[in-house]
Design a protein around this ligand. Structure first.
Ligand code: ZN
Length: 45
């Protein structure tokens, strides 16, 4: 199973993928925890 590839926290290896984000033509899986954090902090895309 695919694990999280959060570009802002690349040590994360959770497998509960919430969604995929596209960065530089790559689809990166993001887990629930990371997504909540990203949504909270309103990270610069
Ligand atoms: Zn994650």
């Amino acid at each position: 199973m695919e694990h999280c590839k959060n570009p802002w926290k690349n040590t994360c290896s959770n497998e509960n993928i919430k969604l995929y984000i596209q960065i530089k033509g790559e689809n990166l899986p993001i887990c629930y925890q990371c997504w909540n954090k990203i949504a909270d902090q309103n990270e610069d895309w």
